[in-house]
Write a protein that binds this ligand. Structure first.
Ligand code: EPU
Length: 432
């Protein structure tokens, strides 16, 4: 893990950034396609994989288990699962990556056993795994806790199809059970499933390999268990990252005269583009790109209330960057974080920068704008709030230092280079 920091020179309200930014492959889709490789009897090839720290950690975890990961070119990887592999996750690696939890489904379904510590990742509230434990038990597995690790074993080495109603619409739990169901005996039905585009992307990837899945894109997904999947030599591109695209859009609205966000899927961003449009941001929405026009600095945006919600509602992963936007909008906006508790704590740092934000309770803040922000020394608490700090530092007056850049590198590839290309004065300093 690097100990780098960013030095950012603020624009002091100027709207001078211009050019275009190309959006990379989606972290939260790529990690799941990697996990799905365990369900294939042959080599899986993925393209448009973002070169980010979370992907590297997942690859480290795979290598440790004996699953072969090869980088064939920039953004291209092949993965080959052996007929036998280690079923115990390295605690050193998996504690750094929450998404390692999705690997439990395919490993348990294929090898009959899996053990893992409580998964790590971003510090955004409790992040329990009760839905996973419950669902695996419904599929006939025994769950034990031994020396701080969960040990899960399928009855006679084979999972049984089951009906799993998710008390909470969990993205990773749905993806995990969908993958487990591919090799389970009989039918697995996931009810109250979230319909995030990344879930659909994984389902379509599994279907292309021969899985029998119905109800993709709906809240009831049915998987008919069968045999190992086959990639048949085809390669699969990872879908564009909607959170990265959305973050650039917010940055463009605040700091550019014109910025083009390329290689994105605007259909996945409607909750954000609708909020920005209401607020007064001018955009030209194309098929695979969005042009955003920030306008003149004196132009004020209108306040708008935000409530995070499962897709197609406002994504929790864009909540922090949107709050930075709202510090510049005229009037009072309420931000209601409904998915994770503890995901508004970063707002204290925005207050230190000069924002007028009042915490009502752990789930709600009131943002009063516009406020001039001032450069400060900041620490990135998680990857999305980390990027929000980058945006806040860019619009601020003066210099900012952002520590713990590793948290930003977890999800955004070479962010400083892409920002420099559109005119941001940002520099990475490596701390030994
Ligand atoms: N939940 C439970 N029990 C569980 C699992 C989840 O109560 O066993 C609750 C959570 O506490 C939360 C709700 O269910 O209140 C939804 O959480 P979900 O499980 O959907 O979140 P996740 O699958 O852990 C994924 C993304 C997150 C993104 C959320 C919501 C990945 C690897 N992560 O997390 O992305 O915020 O869905 O869309 O896909 C990020 O990329 O920065 C990130 C945090």
């Amino acid at each position: 893990m690097n100990k780098d920091k960013f030095l950012i020179k603020g624009l002091n309200g100027k709207r001078s950034l211009k050019g275009s930014v190309v959006v990379g492959g989606a972290k939260n889709a790529a990690l799941k396609l990697m996990a799905a490789a365990v369900l294939f009897k042959d080599k899986v090839e993925l393209k448009n994989v973002p070169e980010i720290e979370d992907i590297k950690r997942m690859a480290d975890l795979f290598e440790d288990m004996g699953i072969r990961v090869e980088k064939t070119a920039e953004h291209s990887y092949t993965l080959t699962a052996p007929s036998k592999c280690k079923t115990k996750f390295s605690s050193d690696i998996s504690k750094h990556i929450r998404a390692s939890i999705v690997l439990t489904g395919p490993v348990l379904a294929r090898f009959g056993k899996v053990s893992f510590p409580h998964p790590g990742g971003c510090v955004i509230g409790k992040r329990p795994i009760d839905l996973f434990v419950d669902g695996f038990e419904k599929m006939g597995a025994r769950v034990k806790v031994e020396d701080d690790s969960y040990v899960i074993e399928a009855e006679e080495g084979k999972l049984m199809g089951a009906t799993i109603f998710l008390r909470n619409q969990s993205v990773t739990a749905t993806e995990t059970f969908m993958m487990a169901g591919v090799l389970a005996t009989g039918e697995t039905v996931i009810k109250n499933a979230p319909i995030e585009p990344e879930v659909e992307h994984l389902a379509n990837f599994l279907i292309a390999g021969g899985a029998k899945i119905k109800g993709v894109g709906t809240t009831t997904v049915t998987i008919k268990g069968g045999s190992l999947l086959s990639a048949k030599g085809r390669s699969h591109p990872v879908m564009p990252d909607r959170i990265e695209a959305g973050s650039f859009l917010i940055l463009g609205a605040l700091t550019s005269q014109e910025l083009e966000i390329k290689k994105c899927n605007p259909e996945h961003l409607e909750a954000l583009t609708e909020a920005l449009r209401y607020s007064g941001v001018k955009m030209e929405i194309g098929k695979n790109s969005i042009k955003v026009f920030g306008g003149v600095p004196s132009m004020r945006f209108k306040s708008v209330d935000i409530k995070t919600h499962e897709y197609p509602g406002f994504p929790t992963d864009l909540q922090a960057p949107m709050t930075v936007f709202l510090t510049q909008a005229n009037g009072e906006s309420m931000v209601f974080e409904t998915i994770f508790e503890g995901r508004l704590n970063y707002s204290e740092s925005l207050v230190r920068m000069g924002a007028d934000i009042k915490m009502m309770d752990p789930h709600r803040i009131i943002v009063k704008g516009p406020s001039a922000l001032h450069g400060k020394i900041l620490e990135s608490p998680d990857l999305r709030a980390g990027l929000a700090f980058v945006i806040a530092s860019i619009i601020a007056e003066g210099d900012s230092v952002i520590h713990n850049v590793y948290n930003i590198d977890r999800g955004y590839e070479n962010i400083e280079k892409r920002l420099q290309d559109i005119g941001v004065e940002i520099e990475r300093v490596s701390e030994k």
